[in-house]
Design a protein around this ligand. Sequence first.
Ligand SMILES: Cc1ncc(COP(=O)(O)O)c(C=O)c1O
Length: 450
Amino acid sequence: MEELELIKNADTRASNYLSKIEERRVFPSTSDINALDGFIEPLSEKGRPASETLGLMDKLGSPATVASNGPNYFGFVIGATLPVSAASERLALAWDQCASSFDGGPSAAVLEQQAAKWVLDILDLPRQSAVGFGTSATACGLACLSAARSSLLASLGWDFENDGLIGAPEIKVVVPDTAHITVKKALRILGFGLNRIIYAPTDGYGRVDPAQLPVMDKHTILCLQAGEVNTGEFDQFDKIIPIAKNAGAWVHVDGAFGLWARASKNSEHLTLDIDGADSWTTDGHKWLNTPYDGAIAICRDKDALARAMNSDAAYSTASADAQKNLSLEFSRRARGIPIWAALRTLGKDGVADMVDQHIRQAQYVASELQNTGYTVLNRVVLNQVLVRANTDEATQNIIEAAQNSGRVWFGETVWQNHPAFRISVSSWRTKDTHIEQLVKVLEELYHQEN
Ligand SMILES: Cc1ncc(COP(=O)(O)O)c(C=O)c1O
């Protein structure tokens, strides 16, 4: 049957790709990128054979990928994909369930319910919370922040869902001055306006300074961070959340990658009392190493999220915990399935081991680079190492040379007005030998510049 042949063909190509993932250039060569011009063709009138379409995708597309699913990619904290999560996704694609609710796919709904319970268990967050599986931390953050606003307005006697914003009491938002751009994006989309955001000053580590917290009240949403994008630092939840809660504020935590630190006993100190917040977002597709797009919105008041995200219609009603009523999407893939597969296969210990390993590896990279002569700009509490060479020019040359080498890849950033680079250790495939290779590449480049 042509369909099955085609799926087998895709699986063979995927297996070939993965079997060479370690040897691939981490960023593709210029000639492989130039060959992408082969995709530029007129839309055919009569279509073409499916196998030829797949063949073209593989022939031109596979060589021009970034090997972020490999062990030598250290950019953006994006992790690789665990085999079981990738495999479960493949099976779920064959099911092609419209996982809006139980009616669209009973098995998908039950698997996502189970994944939701495990997420609350492993992250040790309030067990009654609603858990929505969405496309990204951006989208899940937006869902949580809209629940936050609606809930604060309800407590001020305003029915946001029906009466909207015109004439509503003003809600103010406080975010760390190091807040991730996507938190600001979500706030902008929700209509808060970037000029109206109140920035909480941060200390030298990039954490909100509890002594300089802006005044908060029952009109306030406070956003905190578990894992600052450059340094991996955590806000001091045990000091800040009680102040915010006493003032009547809603506390939301962006933990796109850092929330997974909570899975390891060794990192417990980073997230002390984080469970006192009202909502949290995290990604599966970053540190848990599940495929895109798999993210999680968690809201202590399950009715608040279900009210904000409700999409029931006469032809499509469902329970309050149906995923279409907890996330932005209506028609949707069951994004919780690869997360379920990862958690079931790794177990609590497996996730903790992965977290511990990456933190240990990041700390090793930091100390080796420091010995070489680099300046490490953060104190490496997590899987992020923020680095600078002796001059801005040398830093930039090293980033460029490393990226062009094809042996490793990490990204650039700006820290305190100077260029720096970020090394993120987040792939389950990264063994100590890959870390040694990264250090070696950086040592060579340092000596070329000095
Ligand atoms: C701290 C932080 N928050 C939010 C995001 C946004 O996550 P996503 O790409 O899943 O929308 C990211 C990274 O992308 C991040 O590092």
